[in-house]
Design a binder for this molecule. Structure first.
Ligand SMILES: NC(=O)c1ccc[n+]([C@@H]2O[C@H](COP(=O)([O-])OP(=O)(O)OC[C@H]3O[C@@H](n4cnc5c(N)ncnc54)[C@H](O)[C@@H]3O)[C@@H](O)[C@H]2O)c1
Length: 259
């Protein structure tokens, strides 16, 4: 197995892409810290892994809080002794056109999607440097950070920030053998995506099914992506074959973004 013996920490592991990440990293041989702001769903993910014979730890984590981040790193070390792979997956979205966007919504999205990624990456990278055996950091960004979407100024800007930070941190951490890459999904069949569909449908008085179809038509694969497909890209980046990637923002978007 390509990740045999590795220890991975996944944020937002309670559902959607994060749960699939925990499952796929585990199936590839990693022990997995399943961290989420919602303790109940983090536990469900970890229990599923344990039932499949994969060592897993459910960890309550709010990526916005430095104390919570430190506690998660400490819990991972107490259980597994080290961290080899970090996947910054936790993210939120709210929708509003620029003319109505509330300052509080801007701050909320940036706190999770940007500050959370900074706090987690700093804490885990410090630990990886101490360990002295390199590491892999994978940020779940979005095509939103490359091409932009209406009604999502704050979300798009937050993901553009993650793409840029990926490059900066890859430059800073390469001397320690730590790679930092981003994955940019397009439209993935999760509750987050569905919440966007419902918001736009209500706002524009459109049929949600037709709206979903229009997203599918905008892709070049004729369907939504599945969480497991994104997770398997992360497994590849974390594997030995992924070592040629550093500082990159890889589109895993069914061809949605030309950049
Ligand atoms: N679904 C898509 O179409 C899509 C497309 C591009 C990028 N993404 C990105 O993929 C990632 C996962 O998205 P998803 O669709 O699985 O979303 P989701 O809403 O289904 O899951 C997100 C998870 O993050 C957790 N979370 C939220 N705030 C947190 C916090 N402060 N601390 C820790 N955990 C927190 C939630 O509890 C939830 O379990 C996000 O970063 C999202 O922006 C999703």
């Amino acid at each position: 197995m390509v990740l045999d013996g590795a220890v991975a920490l996944v944020t937002g592991a309670g559902r959607g892409i994060g749960r699939a990440l925990a499952q796929e990293l585990g199936q590839a041989g990693a022990s997995v810290v399943c961290a989420d702001v919602r303790d109940d769903i983090a536990r469900e993910t970890a229990q599923g892994l344990e039932a499949a014979g994969i060592p897993a730890l459910a960890q309550p984590l709010d990526v916005r809080s430095a104390a919570s981040v430190q506690a998660a790193v400490a819990a991972a070390l107490a259980r597994f002794g080290r961290i080899d792979v970090l996947v910054n997956n936790a993210g939120i979205v709210t929708l509003a056109p620029l003319l109505e966007l509330a300052e509080a919504d801007w701050d909320r999205v940036f706190e999770v999607n940007v500050k959370g990624v900074f706090l987690m990456t700093q804490a885990v990278a410090q630990q990886m440097v101490k360990q002295g055996r390199g590491g892999r950091i994978i940020n779940i960004a979005s095509t939103a950070g490359k091409i932009g979407f209406p009604n999502q100024s704050h979300y798009c800007a937050s993901k553009a920030a993650v793409i840029n930070l990926t490059r900066v941190w890859a430059m800073e951490l390469q001397r320690y053998g730590i790679t930092v890459n981003a994955i940019c999904p397009g439209a993935v069949d999760t509750e987050l995506f569905e919440s966007c569909v419902q918001w736009i449908a209500q706002r524009e008085q459109l049929d949600p099914d037709q709206l979903r179809e229009s997203w599918i038509r905008a892709s070049l694969i004729g369907r939504l992506e599945q969480p497991g497909e994104i997770a398997r890209v992360a497994v590849f980046l974390a594997s030995p074959d992924g070592s040629i990637f550093n500082g990159t923002a890889l589109n895993a978007d069914g061809g949605q973004s030309p950049y």
